[in-house]
Design a protein around this ligand. Structure first.
Ligand code: GLY
Length: 346
């Protein structure tokens, strides 16, 4: 077991990598706890939950709503919970985001911890202190910043994770390699997702190194005013095609990372060989969807996402593996660069 500590203005977290869910109550500081999870996680792992109140909700992104949050507040009141208690959210990104939002707003904030159950949540959604829900079509429009007391990463949950969800998490791990720790790329190159999921030591190393990158970035810029933007690498474009083609998050981000590397090469920031390396790595992981995105529609979504029609959009680009640079690009420049993307044809 390895622990990383994240210290930020809104609190400090212990991130426990490789700790068993069975030991949960050793970390809850004697507090009364209420658990939040989804039906699917509870069906698979219910017997491992401690004997405390468990709120179960249907799985799916639609749970990240004000309506669902209101139902959870009512359930917490019914259970007699108060701000000295701890909400422990057990699940993927939706459960962490929603649970974090509800815990940090109920009675102006009760204690909060996460047990992320997907690879994506273990390396991303559970770490960083951003909690939030969607407002209609606007993602994460309402939320809070607050670090959870602890994040317990138990690799046992990954054994029941469908392969495509595992692969989706790998995209985020590759991202950490590209923006900060190229050693991650070397560890993954030439391996299939099955080889990675079957090698517990490798998996622990990849999760640990990814968490280390996120912790380092968030500790320096919790409120997303500068450095933290590098975590959006591949996401500006990725979010656009994720919605347009209903792609899994990992595949959309993988595609977005290739686009960002291609743009980096076109602007003379990075060398061709970086593009070939990244394209090959992501393709071998099965992360590159066969799509031909509609440039105008993607651009419309990117501008809409940034809520700044016509204005420059800060694009996270690379000089090399591990070396980022943020360039504001106008929509016209982006349109021209997208017209000349070549990496998908190599
Ligand atoms: N909750 C995810 C993050 O803060 O990035």
């Amino acid at each position: 077991m390895k622990t990383y500590q994240l210290h930020a203005a809104t609190g400090s977290s212990d991130i426990l990598i490789g700790e068993s869910f069975e030991k949960l109550q050793e970390y809850t500081a004697g507090k009364r706890i209420v658990m939040l999870t989804d039906d699917q996680i509870y069906a698979l792992h219910g017997e491992a939950f401690p004997d405390v109140p468990v709120i179960r909700i249907p799985r799916g992104e639609q749970a990240k709503s004000l309506g669902r949050a209101a139902l959870l507040y009512q359930e917490l009141i019914r259970l007699g919970a108060n701000r000295s208690d701890m909400l422990v959210a057990v699940g993927g990104g939706v459960i962490c985001d929603l649970g974090g939002f509800v815990a940090t707003t109920f009675q102006r904030g009760m204690d909060l911890s996460f047990v992320p159950t997907t690879l994506l949540a273990q390396v991303d959604a559970a770490i960083g202190g951003k909690n939030g829900i969607n407002l209609g079509e606007y993602k994460n429009m309402v939320g809070t910043f607050r670090q959870p007391s602890f994040v317990m990463i138990d690799p046992a949950f990954l054994k029941t994770l469908p392969e495509d969800e595992f692969v989706s998490g790998l995209a985020e791990i590759v991202k950490y390699g590209l923006i900060s720790d190229p050693g991650i790329l070397t560890l993954i190159e030439g391996k299939t997702p099955r080889e990675i999921s079957g090698d517990q030591d490798l998996l622990a190393e990849l999760i640990g190194r990814s968490v280390r990158v996120k912790v380092a970035v968030v500790s320096q810029d919790e409120e997303d005013r500068g450095l933290r933007r590098i975590l959006n690498f591949g996401h500006t474009y990725g979010h656009g095609i994720e919605r347009l083609y209903e792609l899994p998050h990992g595949k959309a981000v993988a595609y977005g990372m290739v686009v960002a590397v291609d743009i980096s090469i076109q602007l003379g920031l990075a060398e061709d060989r970086l593009g070939k390396r990244i394209f090959t790595l992501l393709k071998n992981l099965g992360l590159l969807p066969h799509i031909k995105p509609d440039r105008d529609k993607v651009m419309e979504l990117i501008s809409h996402d940034k809520k700044k029609k016509g204005e420059e959009i800060p694009f996270v680009l690379l000089k090399d593996a591990g070396k980022t640079v943020i360039r504001p690009l106008s929509p016209d420049e982006i349109m021209d660069l997208l017209e000349n993307i070549k990496l998908f044809t190599i």
